[in-house]
Ligand binder design. Sequence first.
Ligand SMILES: C[S@@+](CC[C@H](N)C(=O)[O-])C[C@H]1O[C@@H](n2cnc3c(N)ncnc32)[C@H](O)[C@@H]1O
Length: 346
Amino acid sequence: MVLKKNQRLWIAEKAQPRSSIDLVNIMRQAESMIRHTAFRPPSPPAKWLESGLREEFEKAGTTAHRLATGGDGWVERLGDDVMISHKNEVVLTELVAGLTAWTAKESWKPARVFTRFLPLKNADRVSPVLHSGDETLPVTTVVTEAGIRYGLDFATGYSHGLFLDQRANRAKLAVLRPKKLLNTFAYTCSFSVVAALGGAETLSVDLSRKSLDRGKQNLALNGIAETKHRFVADDTLELLPKLAQRGERFDSIILDPPTFSRGNNGRLWQVEQHFEDLLRAALEVAGPKCAILLSTNCTKMDEAGLERQARACAKLKRRTADYSRTNTPADFPVGEGAKTVWMMVR
Ligand SMILES: C[S@@+](CC[C@H](N)C(=O)[O-])C[C@H]1O[C@@H](n2cnc3c(N)ncnc32)[C@H](O)[C@@H]1O
């Protein structure tokens, strides 16, 4: 889908881009939105956060949570700002109107509203766009979750830096208080920050050096020195056997891989196909007692399937384990967000 010249001019004028990068992003969003909007069935209306829950979150030291979830989009409160993620323009319009109605009832208004288009293909992903609010404010901000500080960035990529659907799992890790955590596919290292605050030594692994640098900043934001914390920019699948060979053992391991990615040397990672390989390799570095988080956003996988795969791997590696699931948090409808299982290896 390529926009016609008059459509491009109209968008350039209406959207008021502040730079040529902004303009390119807006054009790509527009093209992709038009492509995916055609013939879409109407999505169920968004469910907004119940009255009083925002105050509850704040009392618990949490300023990053969902405000609304619908079939084709959702709204997040991120500190003083809001991010609307949407699959098409119709949903975007509905969520903007919903936000206006919701904030009119609550004694809270966002400083800025960002919007982010959710494309079908990773290749179509673009950075969020400022929809309303002061454009001179910094594109970075700090949010809190259970009093822990995380830096967000609205401009450098598709994701802002904190996956809110992992809040309950971060809380569980805080309770588990591991001594040595292996955080694979670590992104901005939120799990490492939680474990570090509980006194753990951590090893965070991600292909992206930039994400790991943001992880280091998250540790610093919480006053944690880097001494006991390692950050390795590598392919998890290649690093795990090396860690096993070196005799490294962990009492907690986070396995939250993407659905698709290209690892070192362009090697294809496809979660449905490779999750068991990953778990078998992880079991080689699991200490005598180890809490392993199994997590995926793949729409074709569910928790029962994750547990089945984990049981098969445990049997193969002659390990026994108990399995548990975390409760859906109050700001997420049942079935929304990452599918996760805790495998407690004995
Ligand atoms: C879904 S995010 C992980 C989110 C993270 N667990 C959290 O809660 O913040 C996926 C991350 O995996 C990284 N990644 C993708 N393929 C990888 C690989 N083969 N080895 C290591 N990291 C990889 C990406 O760079 C990205 O940061």
